[in-house]
Design a protein around this ligand. Structure first.
Ligand code: SAM
Length: 261
């Protein structure tokens, strides 16, 4: 198998992505910690707490490309710990059953197991036919949208399943604007990460693919434009500060939000 994705035709990208995450599912959480040196936890904490789930009462949430449930767990914990809310629900949706299985196993050890607060559902973010329109208050997608073949299709479906007034929120790797930081980051991701992938997960190609997919993802303003094109309002909705996005660590990651109007 060769994951030099430039040679991979678009139509096979989906099965490619499926294979990538199949082969890394069991080591995914360990690798996430190793590669980002634990920083992905801080970003996810920041992402979820800035959305304040539960503040205005229980919410119906859907977490796309939810993988092993990192974001879902934070949403439920945030609502419970800050607003004593045990009625907020999260549907964790992922294209890959292996990732969902890991998530299910993990939730078994939490108080949410066997409650209506959490569900794991296999589906493609680009075609959420099994989910009715105007259903959710909050749609989250963390480190998932760049793996999708068609970002506009993902956004279109996000818009459809959200209630009017509902929030779309995306956490994703993005573009680093500082040239020095960008140079260091390039060094790190193109040399260190594939080596870590080889040593820790025995899988260099999957991690090489992940690094390359980050490089291909649109810049902050370009992605914001795509969110607007899908119909979302992106101005002035982020913690009242305005603006469609907020950079984390100089743009290594970024949070984009939009509201369904
Ligand atoms: N959100 C989780 C997190 O932040 O830890 C998982 C992120 S993981 C890097 C990306 C996930 O996207 C994988 O679980 C993968 O199976 C999923 N994925 C890729 N393409 C998808 C698609 N078209 N629809 C739904 N999920 C997809």
């Amino acid at each position: 198998t060769h994951f030099g994705f430039k040679t991979v035709p678009e139509e096979s990208k989906e099965s490619l992505v499926k294979n990538v995450f199949n082969s890394v599912a069991s080591s995914y959480d360990v690798m996430n910690d190793a590669m980002s040196m634990g920083v992905h936890r801080l970003w996810k904490d920041d992402f979820v707490s800035s959305l304040k789930p539960g503040r205005k009462g229980p919410m119906k949430c859907i977490d796309l490309a939810g993988g092993t449930g990192d974001v879902a767990l934070r949403i439920l914990d945030h609502a419970r710990e800050n607003y004593a809310d045990r009625e907020t629900t999260v549907d964790v949706v992922d294209i890959n059953a292996e990732m969902l299985k890991e998530g299910y196993k993990r939730f078994k050890k939490t108080m949410y197991h066997n409650t209506p607060q959490i569900a794991f559902i296999e589906s493609n973010a680009q075609a959420l036919e099994q989910f009715p329109s105007d259903t959710y208050d909050l749609y989250t997608i963390a480190f998932g949208i760049r793996n999708c073949t068609s970002i506009p299709d993902v956004l279109k479906e996000a818009y459809r399943v959200l209630k009017p007034g509902g929030t779309f929120a995306c956490l994703e790797f993005s573009k680093v604007n500082n040239p020095l930081l960008n140079m260091l980051y390039d060094q790190y991701s193109f040399s260190v990460i594939p080596i870590m992938g080889t040593i820790l997960a025995g899988d260099r190609e999957s991690y090489q693919y992940l690094v390359e997919s980050i490089r291909r993802f649109p810049s902050q303003p370009d992605f914001a434009k795509m969110i607007q094109d899908a119909g979302f309002a992106t101005g002035g909705n982020f913690e009242g500060k305005g603006g469609a996005w907020r950079d984390l660590w100089g743009g290594i990651a970024c949070i984009h939000t939009g509201v369904k109007v």
